[in-house]
Design a protein around this ligand. Sequence first.
Ligand code: PLP
Length: 388
Amino acid sequence: MELSDRARAAQDAIEPVTSFFVSLRTMDRQAGVVDLAFGDPHEMPLRGLVDALRANLEPRATDWFAYKSSLAPARETIAEGLRGELGLPFDSDDVAMTQGAFGAIALAFRLVADAGDEVVFPEPGWFYTPMLRAANLVPVRAPLTPDGFDLDVDAIARAITPRTRVVVVNSPANPTGRVYARDRLVELGAVLEAASARNGRRIWLLSDEPYRRIRFDGIGFTSPAECYPWTLVDYSYGKVLLAPGQRLGYLAFSPLIPDDVRTELRAALLPLQMGLGWTFPDALMQYAVPALETVSIDVAELQRRRDLMVAALGAAGYDLTVPEGTFYLWSAAPGGDAPAFVTALAGRGVFVLPGTVFDRAGHFRISLTATAAMLERALPALRELAPR
Ligand code: PLP
């Protein structure tokens, strides 16, 4: 065996995803297939994104494409945005530019957790396990509430042990689309404060909020950073720009973290991002940040697509979680067997993501980033396989 334990563990952790890809490849990918599996674009990229890149493509100095770490104009734009959105006095020196939220999460885990430390995250939840395994950390799942997939603070409290170093909260949440209310987050803050005192070691909160700006019906957003001082916030532009292939994101330290700790964290950024393989976004992406700050997909149109699907699938008898944000629609699979349902649907030319990839074999996820026409085309097959 030549592979490292870490590589093997990451491979095992992502097995349900890789086997889903393999099954997609073996299915007939004829023209006309409606692919609702991933949060990928199905229309041409946003004009604002292309303009921002083009405006910065022409070099203005000999060092335009020299080695760059986290550039000040990008950090300043982001800190100002965070001050407005989260209502906390973020400092631009506490913003690390990263390759999307993936890069920010990987950085956060290595900044504060040591090999063997436990990291608690919600289930169903996003793909934190391979990243944890690759960092020699131990994944611990805390289920969301059975009714409505809300944050279950008691379940998180039960999952905490003396080895817990980080708790991850993802709101708006993938795959459920839920946005967690302030009360729950305040409760969580109290639990983390008490558990840190009991453990004699600080438990960090990682707020994974790449969908922060993608919310429906005017629902408000409370960042966990507002409810617990020891919070690291990660963000990605890949969602709001619907351009996940252009890697751009950040990790920000809450201004409520004590000054001496923030000074330590800041000093560790460059060595750690270098140690991880120079994980800063490309220079061009960083130059574009000030112009990109106001560019967004049409969230009202996304909400119309959500409404269309919620109404149609609800009428067909699907047991849905109505999303309050994100790109996704989460539903129980008819018959309770998501892999069988997803295969039957794929046989009718419609691809969705089985809940197995989120540790929930009885559910499936539809991506609403498809065009309205694609969603309409998917409906007959979804109706045909409906519970009633
Ligand atoms: N966190 C969550 C909850 C996500 O859904 C995703 C992407 O799907 C990410 C992080 C990573 O985002 P990116 O690929 O833009 O880095």
